[in-house]
Design a protein around this ligand. Structure first.
Ligand code: G1P
Length: 290
């Protein structure tokens, strides 16, 4: 059995320019899908997969994320005094255990690879998960990271969740080259970050969920700027592929790119109609609009 995955890194330093003015003074990770912030959705996915320690790589103006994962005694006292036990329970469920969340600053926006590298001291010498909060996955019974862990536990190495996209969209993502599939698992043979149109090795894109071996940190510390002038995680993973296995998992479920307005709005509708308490009303409202 490969080493247990105990820690997950959440890169949350991005400026969220695509959502201005909403994100002028509020981190994009705090935008809500139904009634919880994006960051809470991905933390829930991590905790469901057994992750014990949450590592947030933050930036300036992101303090409210730290507050979100802390207690709010005044609010709790008021809710208790008013007998709002369901709300109190929800708050308690969302709270990480004491000492189980770390916050570090990415001091400059140098790219995803740099953000992950900033977590090296807290991750230490053990394999870990990376989850991008821009991407929400609605999965039928098991979350995306939990599905990836099933593959990791039987094969070890490094695991990437991937998703097929139309050929004309591959330039927006990291893309993998693969060998033949074994069920929904593909051995990765190459990868490229944001390939020029028409040059992608496949249409399987990197979704924003990773399980990585700690050797990635040494490579990231030497990684030069790549696509978009940023230090790209994909470039260091490609180097790591020379000495370690990577497996791509075509996960079961549906992903929403909440970094785009349309994806974010679609996620709100999809997560709302998945909720027994909202489904009928929301469907009726949408029908009226159409
Ligand atoms: C990042 C990764 C890319 C991945 C994408 C998924 O890109 O670098 O490989 O496909 O997330 O959302 P970004 O969207 O930050 O440009």
């Amino acid at each position: 059995m490969p080493a247990r995955i105990r820690k997950a890194v959440f890169p949350v330093a991005g400026l969220g320019t695509r959502f201005l003015p909403a994100t002028k003074s509020m981190p994009k990770e705090m935008l809500t899908v139904v009634d919880r912030p994006l960051i809470q959705h991905v933390v829930d996915e991590a905790r469901e997969a057994g992750i014990e320690h949450l590592i947030f790589v933050t930036g300036r103006n992101k303090g409210v994320i730290e507050d979100h994962f802390d207690r709010q005694p005044e609010l709790e006292e008021t809710l208790a005094a008013r007998g709002k036990t369901a709300a109190l329970e929800t708050l308690a469920e969302c709270l990480p255990e004491a000492g189980a969340a770390s916050f570090i600053r990415q001091q400059a926006p140098l790219g995803l690879g740099h953000a992950v590298w900033c977590a090296r001291e807290i991750v230490g010498d053990e394999p870990f998960a990376v989850i991008l909060p821009d991407v929400l996955v609605q999965a039928p019974d098991k979350g995306c990271l939990a599905q990836m862990l099933d593959v990791y536990n039987s094969r070890g190495g490094n695991i990437l969740a991937v998703e097929p996209v139309p050929d004309d969209q591959t330039q927006n993502y990291g893309v993998v080259a693969t060998g033949g599939a074994d069920g929904n698992v593909f051995p990765v043979t190459g990868m490229v970050e944001k390939p020029e149109p028409g040059t992608a090795p496949s249409n399987l894109t990197i979704l924003g969920r990773y399980i990585l071996q700690p050797e990635i940190f040494g490579l990231l510390s030497e990684q030069g700027a790549g696509s978009g002038g940023e230090i790209q995680l994909t470039d260091s993973m490609l180097t790591l592929l020379e000495t370690q296995h990577f497996f791509a998992v075509e996960y079961e479920g549906r992903a929403f790119d909440c970094g785009s307005k349309a994806g974010f709005l679609a996620a709100n509708v999809a997560f709302a109609i998945d909720r027994a308490d909202l489904r009928d009303t929301v469907v009726a409202e949408i029908k009226k609009l159409l």
